[in-house]
Ligand binder design. Structure first.
Ligand code: FBP
Length: 548
């Protein structure tokens, strides 16, 4: 692999770790836990891993530590997030510190590597090449769902063959849900394999009282904010375009909100608010058009609007359309695929209920095709493929043309479109993510050492200095509730959407009126890896506000 100068220098960065992980420690058990909802149902489904206590590591003698060599497996699941390689490095260093003969195996391309027995042994040389780098390319990632007994048994075969007694699954809410199901199954058959989860996703929606943030959110939002700031500066220099910028985050709007707090754009939509206020597409369009009109009246025919990727699914009429479409495509997907392209939209419209058919027919063809496109393995609409930014700017242009005729708007509306997603997911991790990920990995090795299973590695106190971070483990069942998925009730980790009563949204809400009128742009600039700690180590505004 060719190595850049930055990478060469960055390789020698030694991630900071909480003091507690530096010496001898022991696991302190908290009270028995309960799931966030549906306690009886979840307890019934997870008799072996329900109710376990939270774990906090404290300084002191290692109690009951196993010092013999252990073999551990790791796999990366789902979308890339900056810092994944440091999680692996943390596990590696952790198990080697326990016993230098310990071995770490990486399953290739996500859960499918476990099922299909594709793996590599991760040696010192490999690990060193990837320390503090972005990406998941050390072992690759994938979205195969790990959920059937056959898959679990096939996984167990290779784990046994390699003498692996613990598996770390690095993933988002769905992957950690499956990690818990796997932990439960292996415990129920006394397989002798521990399963530990690790909270990953740039979307920031795997968080709760125990998990303060998922890794990758910090770096990805800093990368997007840098780019948004650059666009804002260009926008404020030329003063002739409205920039519509869609940002990733499949469902939750945490990314959009964090970027708005960092860059102060004129408009930022928050999907959760749209849902709460039951806003229609035309109301959203009018909201944007009215801001464009007010700015035009001041001679400002330019601006920046942030659109969260998942918006479309939070507009009630679109949500209802998508849900009917999901069922329809599940049943008649083959028929749809066989239909000639020019008849496909009508194939769908004619099979929908009257109300949803009307919504579907009102969409531009390109967007209608995108909404009817292929689902991901978890059954999600692939919102990253839907060009919401173009849909909205097109509809705003139409509205402004109407208002112009009525004498309500005087101005010019020229647009540029951007989608910020993939460019942030593999960035070199910020100091925060480099430290956090390494600590998560090291903590996972300590949970393994303590003989635990069905736990997620959890690190708290993240707005303090790293030395004061608290390392421990949270039983995954604690995060469960029952949700309707694919027509069935399933135990899943509850996704954290933007809390409209929470401090980050409140902060945004208190400023958005001012930001919409004035040009209050902030240009955060690129992530810094060396320099003053106030610049290099600062966490996101979201976590700072949440833990004020
Ligand atoms: P995870 O939840 O798996 O971390 O992935 C998040 C994400 O980056 C979303 O923001 C985005 O909608 C999706 O992945 C894109 O998926 P893909 O990489 O399969 O195109």
């Amino acid at each position: 692999m060719r190595v850049s100068e930055l990478q060469r220098e960055r390789k020698s960065y030694q991630p900071k770790m909480p003091n507690v992980l530096k010496g001898k420690l022991h696991a302190v058990k908290g009270e028995p836990t309960e799931s966030v909802a549906d306690q009886e149902r979840v307890k019934e489904l997870f008799p072996y891993t329900y109710g376990m206590p939270s774990i906090t590591f404290e300084e002191g003698e290692n109690a009951g530590a196993k010092h013999e060599a252990i073999n551990v497996g790791v796999l990366l699941s789902g979308g890339q997030a900056p810092g994944g390689h440091n999680v692996i490095a943390g596990i590696f260093d952790g198990i080697k510190a326990l016993n230098p003969q310990s071995r770490l195996y990486g399953f290739l391309m996500g859960p499918s590597g476990l099922i299909e027995h594709k793996y590599i042994e991760l040696t010192d040389e490999i690990i060193d090449e990837y320390r503090n780098t972005g990406g998941f390319d050390m072992i690759g990632s994938g979205r195969t769902k790990l959920e059937t007994k056959d898959q679990f048994d096939s996984g167990l075969e290779i784990l046994r063959e390699l003498g692996i007694s613990a598996l770390v699954i690095v993933g988002g809410d769905d992957s950690n849900t499956n990690a818990c199901v796997l932990a439960e199954y292996y415990k129920s058959i006394d397989a002798g394999v521990q399963v530990i989860g690790c909270p990953k996703t740039i979307d920031g929606d795997l968080k709760n009282e125990q998990i303060e943030t998922s890794f990758g959110f910090d770096t990805a939002t800093k990368v997007y904010s840098e780019i948004i700031g650059n666009i804002e500066r260009d926008c404020n220099s030329a003063r002739k375009y409205w920039h519509f910028i869609k940002v990733m985050g499949r469902s939750a709007s945490h990314i959009a909100l964090e970027c708005a707090l960092q860059t102060q754009p004129n408009i930022c939509l928050i999907s959760e608010e749209v849902e709460e206020k039951k806003q229609s597409l035309s109301q959203i369009v009018e909201y944007i058009a009215s801001i464009v009109t007010k700015r035009a009246a001041e001679g400002n025919n330019f601006g920046v609007a942030l659109i969260p990727e998942g918006l479309i699914e939070f507009i009630p009429s679109m949500r209802s359309l998508i849900s009917e479409l999901n069922d329809l495509l599940a049943k008649e997907g083959d028929g749809f695929a066989r239909t000639p392209k020019e008849e496909q939209l009508e194939f769908i419209a004619s099979r929908l209920s009257a109300e949803n058919a009307e919504t579907f027919r009102s969409l531009p063809d390109t967007v209608a095709f995108q909404i009817a496109g292929e689902r991901d393995p978890h059954g999600n609409v692939q919102v990253s493929l839907i060009e919401t930014e173009k849909l909205l700017s097109g509809m705003v242009a139409k509205k402004l043309a109407e208002w112009k005729k009525e004498g309500k708007y005087e101005g010019s509306f020229k647009t540029q479109h951007h989608f910020l997603g993939y460019e942030g997911r593999c960035a070199a991790p910020s100091n925060f993510d480099a430290d956090y990920c390494y600590t998560l990995g090291f903590t996972a090795s300590k949970l393994i050492e303590a003989g635990l299973t069905g736990y997620m590695s959890s690190v708290q106190n993240l707005t303090r200095e790293v030395s004061q971070w608290i390392a421990g483990g949270t039983p995954i069942t604690m995060m469960f509730n029952i949700e309707r998925r694919g027509g069935k009730d399933k135990p899943v980790i509850r996704k954290a959407l933007v809390d409209l009563e929470g401090a980050p949204f409140r902060e945004f809400e208190s400023h958005r009126e001012e930001w919409s009128k004035e040009t209050a742009f902030v240009y955060p600039g690129p992530i810094q890896y060396w320099g003053p700690s106030s610049v290099c180590d600062r966490p996101t505004k979201t976590i700072l506000l949440e833990h004020k």
